[in-house]
Write a protein that binds this ligand. Sequence first.
Ligand code: PMV
Length: 320
Amino acid sequence: MTTIAQAQPNIALIKYWGKRDHGENLPAVSSLSVTLQTLWTRMSVEFRDEDGPDTLRVNDGDAPAMLTRVSHCLDLVSGPGRRRANVVSHSNFPIGAGLASSASAFAALVVAADKESGGCRERIDLARLAGASSGSAARSLFGGFVELTAGEDRIDVMTICESPDWPLEVVVAITAEGPKPVGSGEAMIRGERTSPFYSAWLERQDDDLAAAREAVIGQDFEKLAAVAEHNCLKMHSVMWSSRPPIVFWNDSTLSCMETIRALQSDGHPVFFTIDAGPQVKAVCLPEAAAVVTDALAQTAGVIDTMRSSLGPGARPVESS
Ligand code: PMV
């Protein structure tokens, strides 16, 4: 039997940056994200009674670099004595480029592996397993606006506002398509060890989270915009002040930020956020989505734009 599951990437409005425990991959801070609708990863898992290593195909190519993490995740879900797995992953957006492809990949993987091995775990348990492989993946198990609480020895994850209740849109501006120079795991370690701003980042995170949660519950776009942009720029300040520095932005990333500032000056309800890559995500009210998409598409260096509403959490889509 083969089981296929689908998950969408999520975009953090209050970021996760830094780990409390590297072995368990526990985040040092809580975070808040939105799960997308249009971008997706579909992951198929098949267990076979055969000897030999697991296999992994990603977008029709071999992916040996990812295989260790995928096999480890399968061990967590199905036990280290599990059968050999054939895993096939397809994403309809650039992977490894700061678009949260590891979030959608590991969220889909735990759902498919759990079903394929006859389990029917609770969503929160699957979120914890996904989070052990990629911290942000835990949030893609849930839809809409998702809060992840970083506890001492485990995370909690829940939807705090369903997507139909506040139907924001996200426009992604792709400014470069290659893989990022440093993975987020390595970049976080560098920040924890060397950035003088890291402790300030940790100290203020709960205040940012509380402000963002209040803005989401109250559907206060301006308040959410202010705290989300500030939180994003603080995370990048930790990266920039790491030694050696980590700068994921390019010229076009900055041009996109200027475009969004100009739209804001003209009264359009939109704000930016940027993750571990050069892509810019513009979050807006639905009435602004067309003008935001046009403006970003015309911004210098933008290769492509993708628009998405908010969507559901990871789920099985097919078995054969
Ligand atoms: O889940 P990871 O290890 O790929 O880290 C993700 C970190 C950011 O995307 C930059 C922020 C976030 O909260 O998603």
